[in-house]
Design a binder for this molecule. Structure first.
Ligand SMILES: Cc1cc2nc3c(=O)[nH]c(=O)nc-3n(C[C@H](O)[C@H](O)[C@H](O)COP(=O)(O)OP(=O)(O)OC[C@H]3O[C@@H](n4cnc5c(N)ncnc54)[C@H](O)[C@@H]3O)c2cc1C
Length: 408
């Protein structure tokens, strides 16, 4: 859905002489004094847009959530069965967001009567370069996150189904695991509607801006929405919608996911027996055993070629399958000869530094860009939604690491 917005572009920003930072001339409206709350439209019902819409609603805003194809659809970055949730990060803010998100996943799933978070544990295996992990451990200690540091021998004793060759040590997080992805987006949308939000399955096809503000957005059903604030959480489509502003910043890379069938009558490769695992050496392979009875899920984090999220071919490549099988049979010898029973092709929407983009549009103080999940955003949905709703309603300034100004 390549709908580049002609009216708001990086070129026009630069022509207008504006830097990629919100200027004091572009002051947002005083939402806090508005009663009833402002009307906000959120474009995109993936992990980022859905949780932002729900948090805005719960804080008193009137919210309209729009999505072209629906929450967690098969082309969305939040689609598919499952996502890893772990605290091991080398940036403290992400550790804190995972702590908060886990609380919110638990609290909300209980409220909704749905099991979205599965505490299968996460095992992070360290090979040669341990810089990331040693920094992460200082954050885990400071934040009080439960973990065990395991030697290669301890790893081999605890999970003999893993070949420990090349692994020097590991971090095991018992209070971590996986989330149901597509179902999570659906649950958030359902809660949003049940709590009074308006959901519309339409595409946003353009935006009108002027005098430092966004005035309205046009929708694919021919209607126009003129509201107080606008949130664009369009995932991999952000670079298409704001082509000149975000096209050069958000790269959309092809990512393949493989599901191998586990042997009959063997439970070694199921959740409950084997935790979610990450092998930080080489291509950064990771896997989620057993989620939703789909088999042994695995994928590598290496970025594939640049793709269009609307039109990319979603068949697995022969080279990818061969690489996955080689890794599988090396690291998990008991899976030798396992049939490939399913596959998915998705995409990451990568920012240049892998950090999220949560900021006002440089030309419109009441329009927010929320994206750049960069292959690790799903787990953060609840905390990110809370943070973004706070920025919008409390007239806040974003963290430097999430700002557009960092790319100026
Ligand atoms: C294979 C894979 C594995 C991953 N693994 C993990 C993991 O283990 N842990 C983790 O935390 N994260 C993981 N991620 C990353 C995470 O899934 C993403 O960062 C996150 O889901 C991004 O959510 P989003 O809401 O920004 O984008 P999306 O889910 O793509 O949502 C954007 C939505 O916007 C809608 N939209 C776009 N343009 C318009 C428009 N003009 N009008 C209306 N609607 C529009 C789309 O239809 C879409 O539904 C993974 C991603 C992939 C692809």
């Amino acid at each position: 859905m390549s709908t580049p917005d002609e009216k708001i572009s990086r070129r026009s920003v630069l022509k207008a002489g504006a830097a990629l930072v919100p200027t004091t001339a572009l002051r947002p409206r005083p939402w806090r004094r508005q009663n009833p709350g402002p009307h906000v439209v959120v474009i995109g019902a993936g992990a980022f847009g859905g949780w932002t819409a729900l948090n805005l609603l719960r804080r008193g805003a009137r919210v309209t959530l729009c999505d072209t194809w629906g929450p967690g659809h098969s082309r969305a970055s939040s689609g598919g069965e499952s996502r890893v949730i772990r605290h091991t990060y080398n940036e403290r803010i992400y550790v804190d967001w995972v702590i908060r998100s886990l609380d919110l996943w638990r609290e909300n799933q209980q409220r909704w009567g749905r099991a979205l978070y599965h505490e299968a544990g996460v095992l992070w295996m360290v090979q040669d370069d341990e810089t990331y992990e040693t920094t992460a451990l200082t954050h885990l200690d400071a934040a009080g996150v439960a973990y065990e540091r395991l030697s290669d021998a301890e790893l081999a004793t605890r999970w003999p189904q893993i070949n420990p060759e090349g692994i020097r040590w590991a971090i095991y997080e018992p209070e971590a695991g996986y989330l149901l992805a597509r179902r999570g987006c659906e649950a958030v949308r359902d809660a949003f509607v049940a709590e009074g939000g308006e959901y519309r399955q339409v595409a946003c096809v353009g935006a009108d801006t002027g005098a430092g503000e966004m005035r309205s957005v046009g929708l694919s059903d021919g209607s126009t929405l003129a509201v107080d604030a606008y949130v664009f959480a369009c995932g991999p489509w952000l670079g298409y919608f704001f082509a000149d502003l975000l096209g050069p910043l958000i790269t959309t890379s092809r990512q393949e996911v493989y599901y191998f069938g586990t042997p009959a009558r063997v439970t070694d490769f199921n959740d409950g027996t084997l935790p979610v695992w990450i092998d930080s050496g080489g291509r950064f392979w990771y896997g989620i055993p057993g989620a939703e009875r789909r088999g042994f899920k695995m994928a590598d984090d290496q970025h594939g070629g640049t793709v269009d999220p609307t039109t990319q071919d979603r068949q697995l490549s022969a080279a990818g399958i061969r690489r996955a099988r080689e890794y599988l049979e090396f690291r998990f010898p008991g899976m030798r000869g396992a049939p490939l029973i399913e596959g998915r092709v998705c995409q990451y929407e990568n920012s240049p530094d892998g950090h999220f983009i949560i900021d006002r549009h440089p030309l419109a103080a009441n329009a927010w860009i929320v994206g750049g999940g960069s292959g690790h955003g799903y787990k953060h949905g609840p905390a990110l939604g809370e943070y973004t709703a706070g920025l919008i309603l409390d007239d806040g300034e974003t963290e430097a690491m999430f700002s557009l100004a960092r790319f100026a």
